[in-house]
Design a protein around this ligand. Structure first.
Ligand SMILES: NC(=O)c1ccc[n+]([C@@H]2O[C@H](COP(=O)([O-])OP(=O)(O)OC[C@H]3O[C@@H](n4cnc5c(N)ncnc54)[C@H](OP(=O)(O)O)[C@@H]3O)[C@@H](O)[C@H]2O)c1
Length: 447
């Protein structure tokens, strides 16, 4: 067993044998070959899951594929969500767990609880707002007491949107301006091989729609501050719209991004995202000024009329069925049929992953003043930002979650990371995450 001076693995990847988990494992190894400087001297890590033999094969496969890897082979930990002792053992041996075991609604809480109780930091790839807000409400205080940082939504849900918003806020602050509105437009490009997602993601979405009522209940009893509304109201365009600047149809983005950006801002406004004040070993690295609050709305761009019609048809059918138990059963039995072949129990092919990428446009508005005018007049300046990256689910997500884990590992030592149950920008606003992401081709650019 190789561990560092604290006798703990720096990072443990849990769910290593899954579709997302195995891509994370590959990326950890591949990055050590292409950018060894990403890892501190003496980095040691582990992978965890239910099946020891499969994990051994995985290590063999990727250590052979990347012979110039500069990190040691990972240790193998057998852990099962249904066996609390194994989760506790994993948490006790790890500084940070990257959790890729989902759907999180059913399996995430046991892992979060074990991390909080054993003071092990944690990042995950969930995109399930009901799970995130439930964990935030249930474990935040205990996590703070135990000096533990739990960060949800560190994959494509919702790093581009949440850290992208942080990027916009920093741009405005550098100019001496104040941002008030961010509208996000997501476009996925794919090639001849088509676009494909894993079954667990589809399953998470089915149950996500099914638990919308529960999410409303959780929000009603949230102790977090209500957000101020800077500038004139930014209205979400419900239903199908047409954006003349982009020359494309739009529908509201159905994913977690809006919830995550809102929760991040609530955590910041409520004073729950302040790094420990006296523990910074290098205070000059701290940003000190907390990001301001903005209004946020998110859309998906649909390039043609025909695509818009199909998305509306499948979207309405999905939303209708996902609200009842029998409908959810039906959706889960026939993923291909109800997603027009985008989701199935088959994993995406390498070709599909290679040919896919994402592009996010942030159209933002604000005032050319350091403070927001009290009369709420129309914003007088705007900034456009592009965020780009590779295939979001299994290429982009591993890169994002690993950089979040590394930012946590290094930032915590420097006293830059708050403790508690947090979201990406609440956890990482004071760290170097925004600088790290472009080095793995997740780019943020003012255009
Ligand atoms: N944020 C994003 O953009 C993003 C992107 C990708 C995925 N995700 C999310 O990540 C999650 C996983 O997706 P996936 O496609 O990788 O799913 P998957 O291929 O089904 O993998 C699930 C993993 O969970 C493990 N697992 C299941 N039950 C377990 C238990 N009782 N104890 C320990 N491990 C258990 C499985 O282990 P075995 O191999 O032993 O079965 C497997 O490693 C989903 O919730 C998905 O929505 C999010």
């Amino acid at each position: 067993m190789v561990t560092n001076d604290n006798n703990k693995y720096d990072i443990t990847v849990f769910g290593a044998t899954g579709l997302t988990g195995s891509h994370i494992v590959e990326h950890v190894i591949e990055l050590s070959a292409s950018q060894p400087e990403m890892y501190l001297h003496g980095f040691c890590w582990a992978i965890a899951g239910r099946n020891e033999q499969q994990m051994q094969q995985l290590v063999q496969k990727y250590m052979t594929k990347y012979p110039s890897a500069t990190i040691p082979e990972p240790a193998i930990l057998v852990a099962n969500v249904m066996r609390r002792d194994t989760l506790d053992a994993m948490a006790k041996q790890s500084k940070i767990i990257i959790n890729a075991v989902g759907p999180f609604r059913f399996m995430g809480e046991y892992v979060v609880r074990s991390c909080v109780e054993n003071s092990c930091d944690y990042v995950d790839v969930t995109g399930e707002p009901e799970f995130v807000e439930r964990m935030q409400r249930t474990y935040h205080d205990q996590a703070r007491k135990n000096n533990t940082t739990i960060v949800h939504c560190c994959g494509f849900d919702s790093v581009p949107a949440d850290i992208g918003s942080l990027y916009v806020k920093e741009l405005y602050q550098e100019k001496g301006w104040s941002p008030v509105h961010i509208e996000m437009f997501l476009r996925i490009h794919y090639g001849e091989a088509g676009i494909h997602g894993g079954f667990a993601t589809y399953e998470s979405a089915v149950h996500g729609v099914g638990s919308a009522e529960l999410l409303r209940e959780i929000r009603k009893v949230s102790g977090l501050a209500k957000l101020p509304r800077p500038g004139p109201q930014l209205k979400l365009k419900k239903g199908v719209g047409y954006n003349h600047d982009m020359q494309m149809y739009t529908i509201p983005f159905p994913g977690a991004d809006t919830s995550v950006v809102r929760l991040s801002q609530q955590l910041l406004v409520s004073g729950q995202a302040e790094p420990p004040s006296n523990s910074s070993s290098n205070p000059s690295q701290n940003k000190n000024v907390m990001p301001p609050t903005v209004q946020f709305a998110a859309y998906v761009l649909l390039p043609t009329f025909w695509i818009m019609i199909q998305v509306c048809f499948y979207g309405l059918l999905f939303s209708f069925l996902a609200t009842t138990p029998w409908g959810r059963n039906l959706l889960l039995k026939h993923p291909e049929f109800f997603s027009k072949g985008i989701f199935s129990k088959q994993n995406p092919t390498d070709e599909q992953l290679r040919q896919t990428n994402f592009e996010i446009t942030l159209i933002t508005k604000g005032y050319q003043t350091k403070t927001i005018p009290v009369d709420n007049h129309e914003p007088d300046c705007h900034v456009k930002v592009m965020i780009r990256g590779p295939e979001p689910g299994y290429i982009g997500t591993p890169r994002m979650v690993l950089q979040c884990a590394l930012a946590l590992l290094h930032g915590k030592k420097r006293g830059q990371v708050p403790v508690g149950v947090l979201t990406p920008s609440a956890a990482f606003w004071n760290t170097d995450l925004l600088k790290r992401l472009p080095s793995v081709d997740i780019t943020f650019e003012e255009v």
